[in-house]
Write a new protein. Structure first.
Length: 156
């Protein structure tokens, strides 16, 4: 399963990413890491979930591949394909479908592997977190890229 998550992450970035914008994609990847990684560590240390099998067991008690690799690559794919030119219904449906797919992966990893163990957590509790998190990260990234474009146009 760990290999499958790594391969899925590579496929997400290569197939759904933007090879013409590597710096922007790296920013999006890092932006998501700054949210998911500390949140996962906090969840593990507060006893909400556990990661019995880990890639780096001496370094962290949380799942490195999910929180530090897979979720950030999924956000990069989400951001680049967000339907900005469509109506609000299409944007909401896209966000719900994308976050729903990510939550299904999280629940499947918990249910069918030993990589995650829910203590007081559930897939249902992840829904508002992922939706709000994706919305706020997308808004921040849009703002950041607009500021970057202004800065670049002022320098020319």
């Amino acid at each position: 399963m760990m290999v499958a998550l790594a391969i899925a992450s590579i496929l997400l970035v290569t197939v759904l990413g933007r090879p013409d914008k590597p710096r922007e994609s790296l920013f999006l990847f890092t932006l998501d890491q700054t949210v998911t990684w500390p949140t996962t560590i906090l969840a593990v240390y507060s006893g909400i979930l556990e990661s019995p099998v880990r890639l780096f067991p001496k370094a962290t008690d949380s799942n490195f591949l999910l929180s530090f690799i897979f979720f950030p690559t999924a956000f990069v794919a989400y951001y680049w394909h967000y339907p900005r030119s469509r109506n609000h219904f299409a944007q909401i449906a896209y966000t719900l479908a994308f976050t729903g797919a990510i939550i299904l992966v999280h629940v499947a990893v918990q249910k069918y592997t030993d990589l995650l163990l829910y203590i007081t957590f559930s897939g249902y509790k992840a829904v508002p977190f992922f939706i709000i998190s994706y919305f706020l990260k997308r808004i921040y990234a849009d703002w950041y890229f607009s500021q970057l474009a202004k800065l670049r146009s002022d320098q020319q």
